[in-house]
Design a protein around this ligand. Sequence first.
Ligand SMILES: *[C@@H]1O[C@H](CO)[C@@H](O)[C@H](O)[C@H]1NC(C)=O
Length: 281
Amino acid sequence: MEPYFSRLVMLALAVSAILLQTPALASPECDFPAIFNFGDSNSDTGEHIFQELLPKADYFSRALYTFDIGQNDLTAGYFLNMSTDEVRAYVPDVLDQFKAIVKDIYDQGGRSFWIHNTGPVGCLPYVLDRLKITAAQVDEAGCATPFNEVAQFFNRRLKEAVVELRKDLPFAAITYVDVYSVKYSLISQAKKHGFKESLRACCGHGGKYNYNMHVGCGGKKTVHGEEVYVGKPCNEPAAWINWDGVHYTQAANKWVFDQIVGGSFSDPQIPLKLACQKRLK
Ligand SMILES: *[C@@H]1O[C@H](CO)[C@@H](O)[C@H](O)[C@H]1NC(C)=O
């Protein structure tokens, strides 16, 4: 077997660049001209960096760098049949890689970092469908507790990594955002928040969670020699939390954004529009 770290996906992140409009207000709000997103749960652009979209050089220091990692790093180990102890054991290595990436961006001029912790992976269809879970491991929201506990373990270590980064990178503004809590509230109280479906994938095919690892969203099946499109989306994606078994729907991501943008789940508790470094250097 090849070394599993080469299969960990942290470095194979989907990177997407979002160029923003000229900001309406200058100081004291941040004037991020671009957002560079390193994410494995909130974006999937097909793992291409589009060279023609690369922004101006001075955007690198003024941009906001957002991270949403952990989900792929944790699930990769489980899908290789590792035990929870084995998955926990490699978390420090994942976080060392993460710190090295943030330092690298800082060395290139990056100053503003907005870091999401990882969500409740034990509530995701592709985890619930593919991994072995006993009835006793299912919580009142229908999520698998061992995987959520690993996610929370990862998040405690991520928070420590952020504290170390703040010491090592004196001119960086690093905001840690507790997206886990927001996503868990959404899933465990879906109806209260206006969603009808919390655990099943909107776009997929069959099974308890409308998720099939062999026939995904958009997938086809051959029936009597004919290709049939079966990985269809649900009728009301805005009322579902999960999109394809792995990622949230646009409606759910928007709901999460609305909760976190003001800073109440952040450390330090500052809104997104103030999450830049004042002492630019
Ligand atoms: C994990 O275990 C299952 C069941 O024993 C086996 O079918 C599968 O090939 C294993 N996967 C890996 C990546 O070793």
